[in-house]
Design a protein around this ligand. Sequence first.
Ligand SMILES: Cc1ncc(COP(=O)(O)O)c(C=O)c1O
Length: 473
Amino acid sequence: MTSSPAPVRATGEGSRTPRGTRRVDAARDHLWMHFARHSGLYEGHDVPVIVRGDGVRIWDDAGRRYLDGLAGLFVVQVGHGRRELAEVAARQAEQLAYFPLWSYAHPAAVDLAERLAAYAPGDLNRVFFTTGGGEAVETAWKLAKQYWKLVGKPTKHKVVSRAVAYHGAPQGALAITGIPGAKQAFEPLVPGGLKVPNTNRYRAPDHLRDDGKAFGRWAADRIEEAILFEGPDTVAAVFLEPVQNSGGCIPPPPGYFDRVREICDAHDVLLVSDEVICAFGRIGSIFACDDFGYVPDMITCAKGMTSGYSPIGATIVSDRLFEPFRKGTSTFAHGFTFGGHPVSSAVAMANLDIFERENLVDHVKATAPAFRTTLEKLLDLPIVGDVRGAGYFYGIELVKDKATRETFDAEESERLLRGFLSKALFEAGLYCRADDRGDPVVQLAPPLICGQSEFDEMEQILRDVLTEAWSHV
Ligand SMILES: Cc1ncc(COP(=O)(O)O)c(C=O)c1O
């Protein structure tokens, strides 16, 4: 299912802008990279300039080839270089490049809304389009607040989410985010964002570590504790990822979501499944709540919906939540110029056609156990403390001492992750993520078309680089 043409010969020269500047120099001087420290570019390091993708491979502007172990940014599910998606985009742009969803509809958005509603569980039948994940999260919180006002519970406005979880950069979504370092510079944020522990079992309290069910119950009960402490009449929603990305692909313990659903129902709190990463086959199903057997009140999604061939996001909500907006003069006064863009909607339809034609969901379900087994071989390395995740979404937690699970301090993390690992993995031909927003982890989320040979390639590169990393500890 993958295609990988012969590697382009490395010229080492890099590319130039239309004005004749070396691209790495123009990037250093003019481009503001997201979530990036720029100082390195003034100390002799060049930013990688990625020019092309095909299947599971990407190329930089010096002709070097890499395995895309992160599907761009958890996005490129069907792989790079799919001509049919480019052609659909061109056709749609020619026919109707743009029209808003502000009191009007266009066929691509209507068709996609109907299709997403059919994939979604329960009565999640109403789709509000955005341009990305952060806007989808922002939309879900605003909608939750207004819904409770319309049904006569106007004081319900706070939200519960988990430590270290990332839910987006807009100021509402950032208030839901649980990463202190990502928030401090922008405080004060939207008030009302409450935090509870996440479900990292490797870091669970000692007495719960060996009993998944008990840990799941404990972690879910922390949500109820927060709701009761604040007062259920003040809490609007709980935002949870099916598998938490930040902190290193943290899966839910058994029974966790059943208990969370029970708690939400008991206290009239909406459950939002933030599937910006986990939807569209990343865990296995089109919507990952199906992988764990719960029905949320809203799903937020984005990334994999178009495999990145054009940007889009969505908040999918239940009939119950839409009901008060169906009547009289009530309006959800919220929207985005490019939400549900015709080109993106058409591309999403074609992307989902590929999912169905190539049985990508079944492919992930069938091969995910082999991905896990292959990555678990790395547990024989002294620096690998934990391998965790689900589907095509794995984190490898690095530790200083396996026996005690001692982690690296901030300075060691800095030296290891930024100073060595990211660069060494990339130079060895693997694009993935070394992340220290929680304990240090390497994350893998390859295109869903990968198979055993790519799993082996990832394992081999990681083995070589992590072995060398140990000598830097
Ligand atoms: C769970 C989750 N929610 C929201 C977002 C924000 O999405 P975007 O970057 O498209 O705004 C992300 C981004 O990675 C995410 O992982």
